[in-house]
Design a protein around this ligand. Structure first.
Ligand code: SF4
Length: 371
């Protein structure tokens, strides 16, 4: 047992299990979330991240592109979507996306992260053409695109299996998928926050198919709305179980819910974002429950802010969201951060937090360590 932490802790037996690499149950994870002391959680999470990645904190120089905000799903959790005829709806042409990437290319981007709404007008051919053109013009840039929700939508729209959709997109250049759309797997929660979206079960199935097709993905958890602590932990444990089967998750990105301009805010169900303390607890518990199985826990600085992202590096986080470029989704929901962060700023923030910055590729190969 790690003596420093465990003295007097009621949760010593759970910490001990986590430190020795054993799986925690839903009840044990919930205990940590509900009754864990913030600093003890941070300490155990730091021990575990030191074991797997030491003081190195990775980031990628990337560009986020939203191809369309038109979406038929109209989730109450979302401030981003628009109806087709709304004044501020948009759908980018392939040429516009290529121009956008060209504009950022000089800054050394290694990844494009492409997501959008469920738009009936963007079919498989749009994405096949887009991905092949990106690969042709910027061969060293990795394409990380389309959530499980978008893949499921394409499959239904085109009446083609998920497997075939993924194979065709992979042939066109898709290499990785982000982890969005997972939200919280509990059906009770989904009925309120995203009733038209695919079920948690279906999300896991699409991702499993992606992993089996050779497309690695991230995972997310959207917390801080109507979910209960045990529903957060159940979500993490379902991710762990899939990871044990496929090994295809690269990172977990805990996403702190921003309620402004969402249906959940208008209905009075969520008034404000959770506190930074709650964010740190969630980062630490994510590391403690999942770190052995999904080694990269990423802080999304757009959602947390710069200072909390730095602090999160002492709560189990070993990876920061990249330069981003043009973040629209969380800003539509009231995020106050900038839309872009210079690579030099990311390096500075990581160093200032006492860690070692390292630029990585999408698949976590280290390109340069900034000692
Ligand atoms: S969260 Fe995604 S699926 Fe739901 S409305 Fe927004 S863009 Fe559409």
């Amino acid at each position: 047992m790690h003596r420093f932490i465990m003295n007097g802790s009621d949760l010593a037996h759970i910490f001990e299990k986590a430190i020795s690499g054993e799986e925690l149950s839903i009840r044990e994870g919930t205990e940590l979330l509900e009754n864990g002391d913030l600093f003890e959680l941070g300490h155990v999470a730091s021990l575990l991240r030191m074991k797997s990645s030491g003081r190195v904190v990775t980031f990628v120089v990337n560009l986020h592109v939203n191809y369309s905000n038109v979406c038929i799903s109209k989730c109450p959790l979302c401030a981003f979507y628009r109806e087709k005829n709304d004044e501020d709806s948009f759908t980018l042409s392939i040429e516009e996306i290529i121009q956008k990437i060209s504009g950022w290319y000089g800054r050394g981007i290694k990844e494009v992260h492409i997501v959008g709404g469920l738009n009936p007008e963007t079919g498989i051919e749009y994405f096949e053409t887009l991905f092949s053109e990106i690969k042709q013009k910027f061969p060293e840039v990795s394409i990380k695109a389309l959530t499980a929700v978008e893949i499921d939508f394409l499959s239904k729209k085109e009446r083609i299996s998920v497997k075939e959709i993924l194979e065709r997109l992979k042939d066109s250049g898709l290499e990785f998928m982000p982890g969005g759309g997972a939200e919280i797997f509990s059906e009770r929660v989904r009925k309120t926050i995203c009733p038209s979206k695919i079920s948690g079960e279906r999300w896991l199935k699409v991702i499993e198919t992606a992993h089996r097709t050779g497309i690695r993905t991230n995972a997310t958890i959207l917390y801080g709305h109507v979910e209960k602590p045990e529903e957060r932990i159940e979500h993490l444990i379902r991710l762990r179980e899939l990871q044990k089967k496929t090994g295809g998750f690269q990172a977990l990105v805990p996403l702190s819910f921003h309620p402004m301009n969402t249906g959940l805010f208008r209905e009075g169900l969520v008034r404000e974002k959770v506190s930074s303390e709650e964010d740190m607890k969630m980062m630490a518990v994510s590391r403690i429950v999942l770190g052995k199985w999904i080694p990269n826990i990423r802080a999304h600085w757009v959602m947390l802010g710069e200072r909390a992202s730095q602090v999160s590096l002492h709560f189990g986080v070993n990876d920061l969201e990249g330069t981003v470029g043009e973040e629209k989704i969380t800003h539509a929901a009231g995020a106050k951060t900038g839309q872009y962060m210079e690579k030099e700023r990311l390096i500075h923030l990581i160093r200032e937090a006492g860690m070692i910055p390292a630029e990585r590729t999408t698949d976590y190969r280290i390109l340069k360590v900034y000692r």
